[in-house]
Design a protein around this ligand. Structure first.
Ligand code: ADP
Ligand code: MG
Length: 602
C-alpha cells in the first residue's frame, strides 16, 4: 500500500538532510540573522549545543502575521520567482532551515520588527506548534533551540562528544566573525564567554578578540586587489616570529584552508627578513573566483588547490614584501628588547630542567626531549642510547644497552632464517645457537621504534583536523598556560585558547588517532594538574598501543620473504631484543643448552 507520509514524518526525514549536528543549526540561524541585516549577533550554547542553542540578533525581525509562516517548509521571504535566483544576495533562500530545525528540536522564537509595537513568541516541539502569542520583545529575533534530536534518538547517536561538538561550533563562529568583522559577534559556551568581537570592521581587533594574543596588536594590515584576486590580512613585523607555523591562518573564500602555495608566497615575501627556522604570524584572506579553485580535494585535509598557483604565490609574496617595506612594519626597539628578555628567560627555565631529577618514577618530557636531542647531536655514531622502552620510563636512569658488539646476543648477518613454527615463531640458527623469534613481538619492536623516531623528529608530523574539538582545563591551568601548551605543541598538537578555560584543538600528532585525541588530552591535563609537571607516560603508552595494533599477530601467516624482511628491520632497531612491553623478541638456545637437554653433557 502506498501512503502519503504524515507531515511531521516527512519533516523529520527532510530535517536530517539539513540538520546533522548542532553546528548545522547554528550556521543556519547565523545566516538568517545576517540576512536580516543584523549588526549584533550572540550565540550561546550549552553542552556542545546538544542541549541548548540560542542565537539572538538585532535584525529586521519577523512581523506577527509572518511568524508562523516562517516555519513552513519552502517558506522564504527571499525569493518568490525563479528569476529572483539570479539576483540573490542572501545566504539562504530555500526556506527549509526553520522547518527542519523545528522538526527535530524544541524551538522557541521571539521576534519583533521596528514597525510593530508587539513582538511574537512561538513555541514548536517536534514540528508541532505548542503555543503562539503576542509578547513584548526587543527589536530583532531570538531563536532558542533545545533538546536536539529528542524525537529522533537514532540520529542523536551520531552526535560527537560535547567537546567535539563545541569545538566545531567555536571554529565556525570564529571563522564567520573574522570574515564579517562589520558584525559584532559574541559566543558563550556553558556560561563562559568564548569571545566577543566589536563589529568595528577592523580585522586586527577582531583577530585580537578571537585569539586573545596581546602581541597581535603589532600586526600589520594589508589589502590589495590584483586582477580577480583580492588578498588582505595581517602579518607580523619581522621582530615578531614564532618557533612554528601554528600562528598562520589562511582563508580562501571564507574557509580555513591549508595551502603550500599561500605559505610559499608568505615565506618568499619574508625572505631575508627573518631568521632561518623562525616563522611569521600571518592571517591571510584570499578572495577569488570559485572557478579558479579545485574543490575536489581530500575531505580530511582542507587543502586548497588553485588553478593559477604561480600567480597566487607571486601575489602573496609581493603583497607581503611591500607591506614589510612600509614604515609601520619597522620593528621598534621596545619589541626587540622584549624578545631578547624572553629568550633569556627561556634559557633559564631550560637550565632548571636540566638539573638532575629526583627519584621519580616518570621522566619529564622536556628533559627527555632536550637530553635526547643533545645525545643525538653529540655522539650519534659511537653509542646510541636505547630507545625508551616502558621499563626505562619507570626506571630512574635509562641504561645504555648496546655499548659494544660483544653485548649483542647474535649477529643478524650470520644467522640463517628457517621455517615458522606454529605460525608464530620464526626459527633461525648460526654456528653455535638456535633461535626462536616471536613474530608479533619483533614486529611490535620495529613499529614502536619507527613511531618513536617519527615522534622525536623535531618537526612533529601533525594532522589538521577537519573538525576541531575543544577541551576544558581546570582554571588553575589557565594562569600560565604556555608551559603546558608548549609541551603539547612539541608533541604535534595545535592548541589555541578560547574563552576562560576552553581550548580548541586544530591539529593532532600523527601518532594518535582522531578518536583517541580527546581522551589523550584528558589524561594529559589530569596528569599535569596532579603532578604539576608532565610525564611522558601517556605518549609512550599511545606509541606502544599503536605499535601493537599495527603489528602482525601470532598465527598470522607470513611468507619466508616477509620473515627475512622482518629480521632485517629488527636488525636496524636500537633495542631489537625486547618488545616495547618488555617481553623478549628472541629466545636463544645455545649448543650447550641443547646438548644438556640430550644428556650429552652434564
Ligand atoms: P531561508 O533563509 O532560506 O529563507 P529559513 O527557513 O532559514 O529560510 O527562514 C525562513 C524565513 O524566516 C526567512 O526567509 C526570513 O524571512 C525569516 N527569518 C528567519 N530567521 C530570521 C531572522 N533571524 N530575522 C528575520 N527574519 C528571519
Ligand atoms: Mg535561512
Amino acid at each position: 500500500m502506498i501512503k502519503i507520509l504524515e507531515k511531521n514524518v516527512a519533516d523529520k526525514i527532510a530535517a536530517g538532510e539539513v540538520i546533522e549536528r548542532p553546528v548545522s543549526i547554528i550556521k543556519e540561524l547565523i545566516e538568517n540573522s545576517i540576512d536580516a541585516g543584523s549588526t549584533d549577533i550572540t550565540v550561546e550554547i550549552r553542552r556542545g549545543g546538544k542541549e541548548y542553542i540560542r542565537v539572538t540578533d538585532n535584525g529586521s525581525g519577523i512581523a506577527p502575521s509572518d511568524a508562523q509562516t516562517a516555519f513552513l517548509r519552502h517558506a522564504t521571504s527571499k525569493i518568490s520567482a525563479v528569476s529572483d535566483l539570479s539576483t540573490l544576495t542572501t545566504l539562504g533562500f530555500r526556506g527549509e532551515a526553520l522547518a527542519s530545525i523545528a522538526a527535530v528540536t524544541r524551538t522557541e522564537m521571539v521576534t519583533r520588527t521596528a514597525d510593530e509595537g508587539a513582538g511574537s513568541r512561538i513555541v514548536i516541539h517536534g514540528g508541532e506548534i505548542v503555543s503562539s502569542s503576542l509578547t513584548g520583545a526587543p527589536l530583532g529575533t531570538t531563536m532558542i533551540v533545545s533538546d536536539l534530536f529528542y524525537n529522533t534518538p537514532a540520529r542523536a547517536k551520531f552526535l560527537k562528544s560535547e567537546a567535539a561538538e563545541s569545538g566545531i561550533i567555536i571554529d565556525l563562529v570564529s571563522r564567520i566573525a573574522l570574515t564579517r568583522t562589520d558584525i559584532r559577534f559574541r559566543l558563550i559556551s556553558n556560561g563562559n564567554s568564548i569571545f566577543a568581537t566589536n563589529g568595528s570592521s577592523d580585522l586586527k581587533s577582531a583577530v585580537i578578540s578571537v585569539y586573545k594574543e596581546r602581541e597581535y596588536k603589532d600586526l600589520v594590515h594589508f589589502d590589495r586587489k590584483e586582477g580577480k584576486v583580492r588578498i588582505y590580512g595581517l602579518i607580523s613585523k619581522p621582530s615578531l616570529t614564532r618557533a612554528n607555523k601554528r600562528s598562520q591562518y589562511f582563508y580562501v573564500n571564507g574557509r580555513v584552508v591549508k595551502s603550500n602555495i599561500i605559505e610559499k608566497g608568505l615565506y618568499s615575501g619574508y625572505k631575508e627578513r627573518i631568521f632561518e627556522g623562525r616563522h611569521p604570524v600571518a592571517f591571510i584572506f584570499i578572495e577569488t573566483d570559485p572557478r579558479d579553485l579545485d574543490v575536489n580535494i581530500h575531505p580530511n585535509k582542507k587543502e586548497v588547490r588553485f588553478n593559477n598557483e604561480t600567480e597566487i604565490i607571486a601575489c602573496v609574496s609581493e603583497v607581503v614584501r611591500e607591506t614589510l617595506q612600509e614604515k609601520q612594519a619597522v620593528s621598534d626597539i621596545d619589541q626587540a628588547v622584549k624578545f631578547a628578555e624572553k629568550q633569556s628567560e627561556y634559557h633559564k627555565t631550560n637550565q632548571i630542567d636540566h638539573e638532575p631529577e629526583e627519584k621519580h618514577t616518570q621522566v619529564d618530557i622536556k628533559t627527555f626531549l632536550s637530553t635526547k636531542r643533545e645525545e643525538q647531536a653529540k655522539i650519534p655514531e659511537i653509542e646510541h642510547p636505547d630507545i625508551v622502552s616502558e621499563r626505562e620510563v619507570v626506571s630512574e636512569e635509562p641504561e645504555i644497552k648496546i655499548k659494544s658488539p660483544s653485548h649483542i646476543p647474535f649477529d643478524f648477518d650470520e644467522i640463517t632464517v628457517g621455517q615458522i613454527l606454529f605460525g608464530t615463531y620464526i626459527t633461525a640458527w648460526d654456528d653455535d645457537s638456535f633461535y626462536l623469534i616471536d613474530q608479533h613481538a619483533a614486529h611490535e619492536r620495529v613499529n614502536y621504534e619507527k613511531f618513536v623516531n617519527a615522534y622525536m623528529a623535531s618537526d612533529k608530523a601533525s594532522q589538521l583536523l577537519l573538525m576541531p574539538f575543544s577541551f576544558d582545563v581546570p582554571l588553575e591551568m589557565t594562569q600560565d598556560d604556555s608551559e603546558w601548551t608548549c609541551l603539547l605543541e612539541k608533541m604535534g598538537f595545535a592548541v589555541e585558547k578560547f574563552g576562560e578555560n576552553t581550548y580548541l584543538v586544530r591539529e593532532i600528532p600523527q601518532f594518535i588517532e582522531i578518536s583517541e585525541a580527546e581522551e589523550f588530552l584528558k589524561v594529559f591535563t589530569d596528569n599535569f594538574y596532579e603532578n604539576t609537571r608532565l610525564n611522558l607516560k601517556p605518549v609512550i603508552d599511545k606509541l606502544i598501543t599503536k605499535a601493537c595494533k599495527s603489528s602482525i599477530k601470532a598465527h598470522d601467516m607470513i611468507s619466508h620473504e616477509e620473515a627475512l624482511s622482518l629480521m632485517t628491520q629488527l636488525k636496524n632497531c636500537i633495542n631489537p631484543f625486547s618488545c616495547p612491553h618488555g617481553r623478549p623478541t628472541v629466545v636463544r638456545f645455545s649448543i650447550t643448552d641443547i646438548e644438556k637437554l640430550f644428556n650429552r653433557i652434564v
